[in-house]
Design a protein around this ligand. Structure first.
Ligand code: ADP
Ligand code: MG
Length: 698
């Protein structure tokens, strides 16, 4: 049997392969493109394409595809064969530099939010050489960006790459001020921890709600949920272990460093974390991970649920975006240094993040907004919809001392003057954790914890990179012209702390008292739903920042707002329709049927012996009949609300109707139906219960 190092990355056209198959000159220009963003000429692309094709064909590939991430949130691919006719009447396998660099998928059915008129339906895809090509099945997949002919981004990768570029540009300006002239590039890195549920296909197939919407729309709480805390880090069941082994192998072949796996808090819930990598690669790899999870699960008769809240009353699934920035030389810019000067640099980057999170709370919230994530945020299992950041007591104390020029009463008592006096050595211990914070400093990186498990990580990182680039730009503008750099730096950090410390909160983010303090005392934003936050994408300050750093054009922003709102409306409408269907054709008939059978039983008993009281039957028949009446009526009401959606004049108005009329009605219908479940015979209930589903995998 081969060992992991033997097959790790075997399906990836990675640096090792390139070094061995490309001529030195070609390899060097490829490397320059990957490491420094240098542009690539077609001659080089031709050689790379030929080598890539030979490598892929040897591994059994017959097709290639430009693999991209449209705004649907999943990945897209259109396969083309390598084969071309040869003069002798046979075929040859062909792949040109042009085909590698640019593709033209007929992409008219991808959402464009009005950016692409149907008469110019074809967008084009452009190779992202910084993310390695890989083989999936029999297809060579080339990671690409996807744009309209007008040059507008129609995907998630293009703005992500642009945001990385913006961050690189501004961070380099800052590093130059600290004398770091040798640094060529600054990149952001991400490690995305992925939570998911694993259930049997058998149960999944019996639940229309899971199939159509990814979550259960009905279901009474099981007698045993997560209250015993016995699942978290518990022993992994054999069937789950087999799935994980198989999954790891597939991911490793694709060069994805799946590292940790464990049970999560809820029954049937698990987590997978890879080792972090460059943000755009991490994004590609997370999309692939989600896709491969599904594929591997189906081989094991299982289904992976990536929905944020598949089961009400049971913890939902999130995704933790561990983010940091580092130089091409490997220096982590969010890592406290060993010398005062390094620490001054660290504090400036820290200040930049603090300011970014405060100034662009709304964009961070928007970046994780979906219909599904709404059920998770603020439900005492994931952070609230209010964005704040956790720094830990020690770092907070350092900042307080800096702000007021007071002596720092930490490990060493010193006056903190950057670059002049000795700064304390910060504790890098990451055990000092606050798991309730949306945005937590964990020693040398930040963990953005508001993402939903099905979210692409692209949006969160676009906003994060861009917002931090903006703080850095302001700092560079100020410091480049300063007569006395050290004093200016000191003042700048003080000013930032003073103006933005309201965003720092080290307490319990799940506490209601915090929401009150955050919104009423500190003036932080609390956008509860997608309908609340999404229109603010177009707020003047957000447009100015994002267009200023060339991350988006105004048109792209508008189109994204509309697409995200459309997705929200569509997702909830599908849920509402599914509920109506399940209630009318499944639940109401089952409840009424069970009542009728009880009534029949009672009358048979009475006929036999009129003195039998039949209290159980009589009481229950009445209650069940009442419940089935109410279920049917509520389903009708919900259906009527769905019809009224057609009258909304635009997508913003529709999203408000969804929030204010549809979602509350769905809740009402669910409450009655779940009550009915608790008093209906199990044998009469038309769907598997929570207990059936959550404990289905042995
Ligand atoms: P946990 O949050 O579960 O305690 P870790 O802190 O070890 O686990 O790491 C969680 C994730 O953070 C992993 O994917 C890891 O690779 C990633 N990570 C670690 N260091 C960095 C970094 N400098 N930048 C980005 N991600 C990182
Ligand atoms: Mg974590």
């Amino acid at each position: 049997m081969s060992t992991v190092p033997d097959y790790f990355g075997s399906m990836v056209f990675d640096d090792r392969v390139m070094r061995s198959v490309l001529p030195a000159k070609v390899y060097n220009s490829m490397k320059k493109t990957i490491d420094e963003g240098a542009s690539l000429d077609i001659g080089v692309a031709n050689v790379v394409a030929a080598a890539m094709k030979d490598w892929a064909v040897e591994k059994g590939a017959t097709h290639f595809t430009h693999w991209f991430q449209p705004l649907t949130g999943i990945t897209a691919e259109k396969h083309d064969g390598f084969i071309a006719p040869s003069p002798d009447g046979g075929v040859i396998m062909e792949f040109s530099g042009k085909e590698l660099v640019q593709g033209e998928p007929d992409a008219s059915s991808f959402p464009s939010g009005g950016l692409r008129a149907t008469f110019e339906a074809r967008g084009y895809t452009a190779w992202d050489p910084t993310s390695y090509a890989f083989i999936k099945g029999k297809t060579l997949c080339i990671p690409t960006a996807f744009c309209s002919y007008g040059g507008h981004a129609l995907d998630k990768k293009t703005p992500l790459l642009r945001s990385m570029e913006a961050l690189n540009k501004q961070a380099l300006r800052i590093l130059r001020l600290f004398g770091k002239t040798e640094v060529k590039r600054v990149v952001s890195s991400v490690g995305a921890e992925q939570e998911y549920f694993l259930i049997t296909k058998e149960m999944y197939d019996l639940r229309p709600d899971l199939k159509f919407t990814g979550r259960t729309l009905f279901g009474a709480k099981p007698p045993k949920g997560q209250e015993m805390d016995d699942h978290y880090f518990g022993a992994i069941k054999p069937k789950v272990a087999e799935f994980m082994e198989d999954l790891n192998e597939e991911l490793w072949k694709l060069g994805i460093m799946a590292k940790t796996e464990h049970n999560e808090v809820a029954p049937a819930q698990h987590e997978l974390a890879p080792i972090y990598t460059t943000t755009n690669v991490a994004c590609d790899q997370n999309q692939l991970t989600m896709e491969i999870m599904q594929k591997v699960a189906s081989r094991h008769g299982l289904v992976v649920l990536l929905h944020e809240k598949p089961f009400a009353g049971v913890n939902g699934s999130g995704k933790h975006n561990n983010w940091s920035i580092a130089t091409n030389e490997g220096q982590n810019l969010l890592s406290p240094g060993d010398t005062p000067y390094e620490n001054a640099q660290f504090l400036l980057f820290l200040a930049a993040v603090i300011q970014a999170v405060d100034d662009y709370q709304d964009l961070l919230r928007i970046s994780v907004a979906t219909a599904a994530n709404h059920h998770q945020l603020g439900a005492n299992e994931a952070p609230p919809a209010v964005v704040s950041m956790f720094l830990g007591d020690e770092l907070t104390a350092v900042l307080e001392a800096l702000e007021t020029d007071a002596p720092y009463l930490g490990t060493e008592k010193t006056q903190l003057k950057l670059g002049v006096d000795i700064l304390p050595k910060f504790n890098r211990d990451t055990t000092d954790r606050n798991r309730t914070s949306p945005f937590a400093f964990t020693g040398n990186k930040f963990e953005f914890r508001m993402l939903g498990s099905s979210n692409s990580i692209a949006c969160a990182n676009i906003m994060l990179n861009a917002a931090v680039a903006e703080s850095l730009k302001q700092y560079a503008d100020r410091l480049e012209g300063a007569a006395d750099f050290e004093n200016a730096l000191h003042e700048l950090i003080q000013k930032t702390i003073r103006e933005h410390k309201r965003i720092i909160f080290n307490g319990n983010g799940y506490d209601d008292a915090w929401i009150k303090e955050a919104t009423e005392v500190r003036g932080l934003l609390n956008y509860r739903t997608t309908a609340d936050c999404m229109p603010h994408l177009m707020d003047e300050k957000n447009v100015r920042m994002l267009t200023g750093h060339q991350v988006f054009t105004v048109e792209e922003m508008k189109s994204r707002r509309d697409i995200m709102l459309e997705n929200y409306c569509k997702a909830v409408t599908i849920e509402a329709n599914t509920m109506v269907g399940m209630a009318k054709t499944g639940i109401a008939p089952a409840v009424a049927g069970f009542a009728a059978s009880l009534a029949k039983d009672a009358s048979v008993k009475k006929a036999l012996d009129p003195s039998i009281a039949c209290l159980y039957e009589t009481g229950l028949v009445k209650r069940l009949s009442e419940l089935s009446d109410r279920i049917a009526a509520k389903a009708e009401e919900l259906e009527a609300e769905i019809i009224l959606l057609g009258e909304a004049t635009d997508v913003i108005a529709e999203s408000v109707l969804i929030r204010d009329r549809i979602l509350p009605k769905m809740c009402e219908l669910r409450i009655i139906s779940d009550e009915a479940e608790t008093v209906t015979a199990k044998s009469a209930w038309p769907f598997p219960t929570y207990a059936d589903i959550l404990f289905s995998v042995r």
